[in-house]
Design a protein around this ligand. Structure first.
Ligand code: CA
Length: 224
């Protein structure tokens, strides 16, 4: 069972996160100030830390910086409330892996958590599961309910790109770069067509996709 440390001083958010993540099968601990969080994270092993920025005693940026200074490689997702905080996280000067902007949807947060845990687990556990699907990166194979599903190499690359970027909106341009390679001349339409065929292979109801969702005007997002 994966252990997550939630560092958040607003009880409603902290307990909401705890409940939601426990439902997903994670073991969730809460700390409500930066100093206690830092001590706890140094003493105990966590697979992921969700770290609010504005905290009593020590802010989230400082907590993250000190963790990294101490050699910790635990993935950290910052919970940011203001644009300036987000910009600071994006500057990567503090060593956080990702951020989620408040107010966030539980669904978005779950996807980010899963993606962060997956990035660290990818090397030793090359199988990713969502719904009844199993993606075996070692064998480059997709299985649904235990049975292999025929995928083209491009479709497998596309699925991999989605899984690696779970919870994030990917534009058609980004997908072209990730899957077809930078500078390849194919049109947006090609991306859309491949998404359609991939959905037929991974979605329980391809006409109402729940894993590879369209984000109007922006692109696609994997919520697996
Ligand atoms: Ca706070």
């Amino acid at each position: 069972m994966k252990r997550i440390l939630v560092v958040e001083d607003e009880p409603a958010i902290a307990f909401g996160l705890q409940l939601d993540l426990k439902n997903e099968g994670y073991d969730v601990e809460i700390e409500s100030d930066g100093e206690s969080a830092l001590q706890r994270a140094r003493k105990e092993a966590f697979d992921l830390i969700l770290l609010d920025v504005m905290l009593p005693r020590k802010d989230g940026f400082e907590v993250c910086r000190e963790l990294r200074r101490g050699g910790s490689k635990t993935p950290v997702i910052m919970l940011t409330a203001k644009t300036q905080e987000t910009e600071k996280v994006l500057g990567l000067e503090i060593g956080a892996d990702d951020y989620v902007t408040k107010p966030f949807s539980p669904r978005e947060l779950r996807a980010r958590v899963k993606a962060a845990l997956r990035r660290t687990a990818e090397d030793d556990l090359p199988i990713y599961r969502f719904g009844d699907a199993e993606v075996d990166f070692g064998r480059c194979e997709l299985r649904r309910a235990g049975k292999p599903v025929e995928l083209t190499a491009l479709e497998f690359k596309l699925l991999t790109a989605f899984i690696r970027n779970g919870g994030k909106v990917l534009s058609r341009d980004q997908l072209l770069d990730l899957v077809w390679g930078h500078g390849t001349f194919v049109t947006d339409r090609v991306v859309d067509n491949h998404v359609v065929t991939l959905r037929k292979k991974v979605e329980p109801e391809p006409s109402e996709p729940r894993y590879i969702v369209s984000v109007r005007g922006l692109g696609y997002r994997f919520d697996g």
